[in-house]
Design a protein around this ligand. Structure first.
Ligand code: PEP
Ligand code: MN
Length: 343
């Protein structure tokens, strides 16, 4: 059950509702928004009696039965899509947003050239990893704070929003100081102490689907972030691990419309990690737009042959510009669909 309190209900009124819920044997979790408090009642059994009792309380705006284990991120809780407002764009609304940049921030020249090309091609967000989750401990681990500074500088120079990965709960304040969006990597999707720390980070979160995680698990992870106080979460399909070996991962594209049915959160596709191969990226970008993703997050590099990470899946900058041009008719159709059909 989700109980939405009337605006500006005093604490005593909230306490009274919480006590009533406890009396029925449920646990509670509250989220305090600027204008109103929302309470999640968690427990087993039929909620009808409790629901009716709460609806009769004058300070209760709405009490809704929710059957899924994820509550705040469910469509039942919030019918309207979450729109995440950023410096120069918004994700989840009427705009198709492209996030692009190198896998890792390597040096000033590399990230500046990338930022210029990303902006010139019409993308809105610059990506670049400063803390890198590498399979081998001997691979490049990222420039850390120096990388964050360079990314911020490049983003500011081009008027772009920036996104970068945070790998540990300890680094959340540092990374949040430099970036606009906090990326949670596939390997950290179920790092629950990290997820809890994002609740108060004050920055939108892009949560990548784990390599072998179900959509429900992805939603439960998003629920952690929202339940700890941060409503601005977007979900990212970046390919899952299957028996197929031709591509780096298998892109579960149908996750996009499925997630749109299950949640109000924006859905992003990462065609780079999904394929591992640059020749496949433009086709997957077109497919992501066509299937209704809110945004794509992809890798580009001024010289992919020399990239310290993920060069094989990074587009050369001129190819990226051409791809962005070719994507426009698809984006136009996407906009027509957005403004009309889907709720
Ligand atoms: C990345 O975006 O560079 C990255 C490491 O992604 P993922 O967590 O999806 O593997
Ligand atoms: Mn990468």
């Amino acid at each position: 059950m989700i109980i939405s309190m009337k605006q500006h209900t005093p604490q005593t009124g909230v306490d009274e509702v919480c006590q009533r819920i406890r009396d029925f044997g449920y646990k509670i979790h509250t989220i305090e928004g600027v204008e109103r408090v929302v309470i999640a009642a968690i427990g087993v059994g039929d909620v009808t009696a409790c629901l009716e009792s709460l609806e009769a309380m004058p300070q209760v705006e709405r009490a809704v039965r929710i059957s899924a284990p994820y509550k705040f991120v469910s469509k039942e809780f919030k019918k309207d899509k979450t729109v995440i407002r950023l410096r120069n764009c918004e994700i989840g609304g009427g705009e198709f947003v492209v996030m692009a940049g190198p896998c890792s921030v390597e040096n000033e020249k590399q990230i500046m050239e990338s930022a210029e090309a990303v902006a010139a091609a019409g993308a809105q967000v610059l990506r670049g990893g400063a803390f890198k989750p590498r399979t081998s401990p001997y691979d490049f681990q990222g420039l850390e704070e120096e990388g964050l500074k360079l990314l911020r500088k490049a983003g500011d120079a081009m008027g772009l929003t920036v996104i970068t990965e945070v790998m540990s709960d300890r680094d959340v304040p540092l990374v949040a100081e430099y970036t606009d969006i906090l990326q949670i990597g596939a390997r950290n999707m179920q790092n629950f102490s990290l997820l809890k720390n994002l609740g108060k980070a004050g920055r939108p979160v892009l949560l990548k689907r784990g390599l072998s995680s179900t959509m429900k698990e992805l939603l439960m992870s998003a629920e952690y972030v929202v339940a700890h106080g941060n409503n601005d979460v977007m979900l990212c399909e970046r390919g899952i691990r299957t028996f197929e070996t031709v591509t780096r991962n298998t892109c579960d594209l149908v996750a996009v419309p499925v997630l749109h049915e299950m949640t109000h959160l924006p859905v992003v596709v990462d065609p780079s990690h999904a394929t591992g191969k640059r020749s496949l990226v433009p086709a997957l970008c077109r497919a992501a737009v066509a299937i209704g993703a809110d945004s794509i997050l992809m890798e580009v590099h001024p010289c992919p042959e020399k990239a310290v990470s993920d060069g094989a899946q990074s587009l050369h900058l001129p190819t990226f510009a051409a791809m962005m041009r070719d994507l426009q008719p698809y984006v136009a159709l996407w906009k027509r669909e957005r403004s009309g059909a889907r709720s």
